[in-house]
Ligand binder design. Structure first.
Ligand SMILES: Cc1cc2nc3c(=O)[nH]c(=O)nc-3n(C[C@H](O)[C@H](O)[C@H](O)COP(=O)(O)OP(=O)(O)OC[C@H]3O[C@@H](n4cnc5c(N)ncnc54)[C@H](O)[C@@H]3O)c2cc1C
Length: 441
């Protein structure tokens, strides 16, 4: 039996990011990964990171010619349901091969001093005095037990360690159900069309490149609850989009969490992170860098907690407070609002908004400075839409109440309790608000 400052479950983008950070600071870090080394990072081929995030998170920036590099692009478009009206946005974005990137992150974590054990699957926690003191994991050679001061769950949707927590330990041990997942179908296709990176809100579909060749594009579609629903939306997109007949190179399927994170991400000697904590972006389900926002905070708090020799819930609590202020409150707002919006707005109403550039215009979608004058103009357009029956009163009512609920949640998360004592009441109120939000239909 060995002893570590940190044991991390899962050697993919979240686990390896934290492992490298903490090993660089001189802590003993072990990462266990259930897959063999050559299979790690193979759950999908392509993912995207914006150029600015490489700098923000100090992760190795890849360039053309590197094994992990796939392509780059800047322009994006939001499209109306009929594909007639478009709004342009821009962000310098790099497409990366997941397998190669995970291999690079593993190499860097090991160079920093972390130990990674592959084909090692988390089985259970060990406890001392009621608090986590280590883990047991299985390998082809049998069961191994190690001690740790803190265990971190970065095992993705499986949430292997979080789900093994005893009830009432401090972090919810829920399973991420199908209704909490976005089911994504990626069709890697070859077709001639001028139309590049485009997003259709009504079918949660998009075009994205998968190489620098303009004729090679991913036609992606995501739907909550099932692949059947995603297939239906993909067929709906096919009927309006510009791709027409295309050569299908391959199809990939995958799931990404679409639900609120556990109310607390920390308990005695335990942290939940990444997809295991549902830290994905609420507008698109991407989770590689949104997880890093939380892991940066976790690394800082862990550094001081480990130095103090105290890694109980009270000491790790700061992770909750800082995370919610940095990102969690905004994600709660967007998740609540979008859940309400997609459940009530019809395709015709969306089309009307695009045609009249209500909300769907460059200023709103590029996060530009929206002045009070812009807001008033938008309100006037919405009201005239109501009178012309472009938007129904029922939808308008649902959007307004959704926005109110979303802001209420944001304020509630910004006021996350500074210590665990006030947490049960805070969680009760949060639960009531999320019940009103419901699930994506
Ligand atoms: C189709 C699709 C496209 C996406 N595109 C993007 C994108 O462009 N950009 C973006 O930021 N995000 C994207 N995402 C989301 C992104 O992939 C995830 O948010 C991110 O990979 C989560 O990383 P993670 O390290 O938390 O979890 P994972 O990547 O799921 O890694 C978890 C690791 O834990 C291991 N593990 C599981 N159980 C155990 C166990 N019992 N013991 C030991 N190890 C275990 C797994 O084998 C795995 O290696 C996409 C998701 C999908 C499905």
């Amino acid at each position: 039996m060995n002893s570590y400052d940190l044991i991390i479950v899962g050697a993919a983008t979240s686990g390896l990011y934290l492992a490298r950070k903490m090993a660089k600071r001189g802590y003993s870090v072990k990462v266990i990964e259930k897959l063999p080394r050559e299979k790690a990072g193979t759950k999908m081929d392509i993912f995207h990171v914006t150029r600015s995030d490489f700098i923000k998170f100090d992760i190795p920036c890849v360039h053309e010619g590197d094994p992990a590099w796939a392509f780059e692009f800047t322009e994006n478009h939001f499209s109306s349901p009929s594909n007639k009206y478009h709004v342009n946005t821009s962000a310098e974005t790099v497409g990366l091969h997941m397998k190669e990137y995970v291999a690079l992150m593993a190499k860097l974590a090991e160079e920093a001093g972390a130990e990674i054990v592959y084909e090692a699957s988390f089985e259970e926690f060990t406890f001392s005095g009621g608090a986590i003191s280590g883990i047991r994991y299985s390998t082809p050679g049998g069961i191994t037990e190690d001690k740790c001061r803190v265990a971190v769950d970065c095992s993705g949707i499986a949430s292997a360690a979080r789900r093994a927590l005893p009830n009432g330990y401090g972090v919810e041990n829920f399973r991420i159900e199908d209704e909490d997942l976005l089911f994504v179908i990626l069709r890697y296709a070859k077709f001639d069309s001028e139309q590049m990176n485009t997003f259709w809100l009504n079918t949660k579909s998009w075009y994205a490149p998968f190489s620098q060749d303009n004729t090679e594009k991913i036609i992606g579609t995501g739907a909550s609850g099932s692949y059947e629903k995603a297939e239906r939306d993909a067929a709906k997109l096919d009927s309006v989009s510009s791709h027409g007949e295309f050569e299908l190179i391959k199809t990939e399927k995958g799931v990404t969490p679409y639900r609120r994170p556990p109310y607390s991400l920390v308990a005695d000697n335990f942290i939940a992170a990444g997809d295991a904590a549902c830290l994905t972006k609420p507008d698109c389900g991407e989770g590689v860098t949104s997880s890093m926002v939380m892991l940066d905070i976790a690394a800082d708090v862990l550094h001081s907690a480990l130095r103090q020799g105290r890694t109980d819930k009270e000491t790790l609590w700061e992770i909750n407070c800082r995370y919610n202020r940095a990102q969690g409150a905004d994600f709660a707002l967007v998740r609540a609002f979008l859940t309400k919006l997609v459940s009530c707005v019809t395709d015709d109403e969306l089309e009307y908004c695009f045609r009249n550039r209500i909300i769907f215009n460059e200023k709103f979608l590029n996060n530009g400075d929206v002045t009070p004058k812009d807001a008033i103009q938008t309100a006037v357009k919405v009201i005239s839409g109501l009178s012309r029956r472009g938007v129904s009163l029922k939808t308008m009512g649902a959007v307004i109440s959704g926005a109110r609920l979303a802001f209420e949640l944001r304020t509630h998360y910004m006021n996350f309790p500074k210590s665990p004592e006030a947490f049960p009441v805070w969680a009760q109120i949060a639960e009531r608000l999320w019940k009103k939000v419901g699930k994506v239909k």
